[in-house]
Design a protein around this ligand. Structure first.
Ligand SMILES: [Zn+2]
Length: 388
């Protein structure tokens, strides 16, 4: 949102994200006339979206009345749909979780049974929070596959058989509100930016069963021409020993076929480790088990070679690692840093931060909530709220 705009939606956005706390700060931030800002703030207060509370520090003259966003003006449903589990939460308009519940599912059961389960969980969290379907202002859904964002329909999702072109928003008809659907990596990227958002260029890299990347440009998710930006899991990675590994996409030596969660488990079993899941490999590495550590570090180096190319191309401020494999923490980061700092151009690498997500299990739900909130509080919706 351009800082020069002084529309009601823009003013609300500035207060909600903490960029302005008073009418005077809104005037300074937008450059708009004091009367214009005051009139629109009064409308937002009348609509219940802003509140006055307390006095700020005076910089000479009367101390300003502080403004704050009324995050209890509504609630949103956040759905984090995974391959083997789903988490549903109801949050206030600051993405604070009011109630949440998770349940195992099999995404391959198809949209009918899976979305029926989501519906049941959604009703449960609303009841737990003492809310009703009529209180829900918007719904945000993250799914583990490509989505046409404008329609909320999955597009040939490789690990979601039966979901192609299914109108996911129609499963939420009872809420009579907008429904936003995006792939899980973009949603997690929003969650990593948080309520305040960011003006930075960031890559949020999810390493789970697959590998994907949320591309944040100047604080906004970049989706590309068809919505598939950041699909780095199928970038070709040459193997020094000449080995070829078949990827589920049909090509050979894709990044995720060599360094994804499935690959990690396959290589651990081949090395004789007594493990049956990627989670167990990650746990052993986190506990310092030598062979598991080396496998995770090696996956980090492979991911790092691809990230080094992305750093040279995109010059991000930050890279945040998330997903199940990222929970291995230090050994994965060590491998990634080794490759990225060794291969990126010095100017791009100089101030680059590479970190692991603080709350990888939460960012899917928080991101889905933020996607719904941003949609609900866009310019047009805020104008409608004021007109009511
Ligand atoms: Zn592939």
């Amino acid at each position: 949102m351009a800082t020069s705009s002084a529309s009601a939606g823009a003013l609300l956005h500035h207060v909600r994200t903490g960029r302005a706390r008073s009418r005077a700060e809104l005037v300074a931030l937008t450059g708009a006339a004091r009367n214009t800002v005051s009139a629109r703030v009064d409308q937002l207060i009348a609509a219940g979206l802003l509140e006055e509370g307390g006095r700020g520090w005076s910089t000479g003259g009367r101390p300003p009345t502080l403004l704050r966003f009324n995050s209890r003006a509504g609630c949103v449903l956040a759905v984090d749909l995974g391959v083997t589990s789903v988490d549903v939460a109801v949050t206030d308009l600051s993405a604070q979780i009011l109630a949440t519940v998770g349940h195992p599912i099999d995404i391959a059961d198809g949209p009918g049974p899976v979305l029926a389960e989501v519906d049941r969980l959604a009703q449960r969290v609303l009841a737990e929070a003492g809310l009703t379907p009529a209180d829900v202002c918007a719904v945000g859904v993250g799914i583990p596959g490509p989505v046409e964002f404008s329609t909320g329909r999955p597009s040939h999702p490789p690990i979601m058989p039966g979901w192609h072109d299914h109108p996911i928003p129609s499963a939420f008809g009872r809420y009579e509100c907008p429904v936003y659907v995006d792939n899980d990596v973009n949603v997690m990227a929003l969650g990593e930016m948080g309520v305040a958002g960011s003006a930075q260029d960031v890559l949020v890299v999810k390493v789970g069963t697959g590998i994907g990347c949320g591309v944040i440009v100047d604080g906004t998710v970049y989706r590309g021409a068809q919505g598939s930006a950041g699909d780095i899991g199928h970038i070709h990675v040459p193997q020094p020993d000449g080995r070829t590994v078949l990827c589920r996409c049909g090509n050979e030596n894709c990044l995720e076929a060599i360094a994804g969660g499935g690959a990690l488990l396959r290589d651990a079993v081949a090395a004789g480790l007594p493990v049956t899941s990627t989670r167990e490999v990650v746990e052993r590495a986190a506990q310092g088990d030598g062979p598991a550590l080396e496998l995770v570090r090696s996956a980090g180096r492979t991911i790092g070679t691809v990230l080094a190319a992305l750093v040279n191309f995109f010059n991000p401020h930050r890279i945040v690692m998330t997903g199940g494999v990222a929970q291995a923490g230090a050994p994965l980061l060590a491998g990634i840093r080794e490759a990225v700092y060794g291969r990126s151009m010095p100017l791009a690498a100089r101030a680059l931060e590479i970190t692991v997500s603080d709350a990888p299990d939460l960012s899917g739900r928080v991101g889905a909530a933020l996607m719904a909130i941003e949609g609900y509080l866009d310019e047009d919706s805020v104008l409608q709220a004021i007109a009511r």
